[in-house]
Design a protein around this ligand. Structure first.
Ligand code: SF4
Length: 345
């Protein structure tokens, strides 16, 4: 295939999904070093890709901006090929509004994987890493097999300084002692390891001489307050870090503990040793070399693609079977290992 002069990538959300496109873009850049790569994303998530050196231009979808107005922006970018890594209603409409051009569309899951889960016939186990699916779309675009790219999160120029300022204002000095970062939230209830266990893990890390800082959105402030109240010395920064500063903060951590969530992907992209806790979703969707994924493997799990608002069986054993003793054993080797190499995905 003759290299395209320009490629428009569509991926509008969410945090983790946008971060997970980085290996595919890396592979595309290596295959077509001279191509102009344009990335279309929601404005509030643009920071996730703005510092990526493989991306030449970021087009932002502003709040309330309709498809016709945004399609005009896309047309003005003048790309000759489209790589749709979103493949939902929004990107399908936008593709229909663009002049005819070569288009490759990514598919998140195989129908054969999803149908039995939707019919509640069996738990969900992804047959491929998500990053491999993005990679396969790039290979289809380029027309040949390609080496895997690397999962990388690229900080903006001020992210570390802003994170340091937020930490110092909260009484945390990155140079005083190693920082264990925690992210006890997640969009769905069944993706959340019980906050009492995060607090117990925080107490152990504090006792071991670490600083502990809890991160989360405004909506997750109660989780941060709980950990700080039950692990005296833990610092609660929930609701206080915007997206750019979140990356800077995670980069300052010696290790990070999170549920299946956007911050977990940012941490892996930064090479920060990460302990990820999985309940109703499948850790097999992601690469954890150099990190740890804790999964109880109860017979009903994973029961969903994204998570649920409550356990349909009522016992929630997928998370309750993961106690803090086991989590601590998994975490200890990560506390002293230093940064991880980028994941080839
Ligand atoms: S314990 Fe409940 S939420 Fe967890 S996997 Fe089983 S059914 Fe789903």
């Amino acid at each position: 295939m003759i290299p395209a002069e320009s490629v428009l990538i569509l991926r509008f959300s969410a945090v983790g999904d946008v971060v997970l496109t980085s290996p595919a873009i890396d592979a595309l850049r290596r295959a077509w070093p001279k191509a102009r790569i344009v990335y279309a994303v929601k404005a509030r998530l643009a920071h996730l890709v703005r510092a990526n050196p493989n991306i030449d231009q970021v087009l932002t979808l502003d709040p309330g901006e309709g498809p016709f107005a945004f399609a005009r922006k896309l047309r003005a970018a003048g790309c000759e090929t489209v790589l749709d890594l979103h493949n939902k209603i929004r990107s399908k409409i936008l593709r229909a509004l663009l002049p005819r051009r070569r288009t490759v569309v990514w598919h998140k899951r195989d129908f054969k994987d999803t149908l039995p889960v939707k019919l509640a016939l069996k738990p969900y186990h992804s047959s491929m890493l998500f990053s491999d699916r993005y990679h396969a779309a790039v290979e289809e675009l380029v027309g040949s097999r390609l080496p895997r790219g690397e999962l990388r999160y690229f900080l903006g120029p001020d992210d570390l300084a802003n994170a340091d300022a937020a930490l110092l204002a909260a009484g945390v000095s990155p140079s005083a002692a190693p920082i264990l970062g925690m992210s006890p939230g997640a969009n769905w209830q069944t993706k959340r390891w019980p906050v009492e266990r995060f607090a117990a893990l925080a107490a152990r890390a504090l006792k071991a001489g670490m600083q502990v800082v809890v991160q989360g959105s405004h909506d997750e402030a109660e989780l941060g307050r709980f950990v700080a109240a039950h692990a005296p010395g833990a610092v609660n920064l929930t609701g206080k870090l915007d997206l750019p500063t979140l990356g800077g903060f995670i980069a300052r951590c010696s290790a990070f503990v999170a549920n299946d969530s956007g911050p977990m992907h940012i941490a892996r992209g930064l090479g920060v040793p990460t302990l990820a806790l999985f309940g109703s979703t499948d850790p097999g969707m992601f690469e954890f070399t150099g990190h740890r994924a804790l999964f109880a493997g109860v017979e009903c799990s994973p029961c969903s693609f994204f998570g649920r608002s409550r356990c349909p069986r009522g016992h929630f054993r997928c998370m309750l079977d993961l106690d803090e003793e086991r989590a601590w054993r998994e975490l200890v080797p990560l506390l002293t290992g230093g940064r991880r190499a980028p994941l080839s995905a």
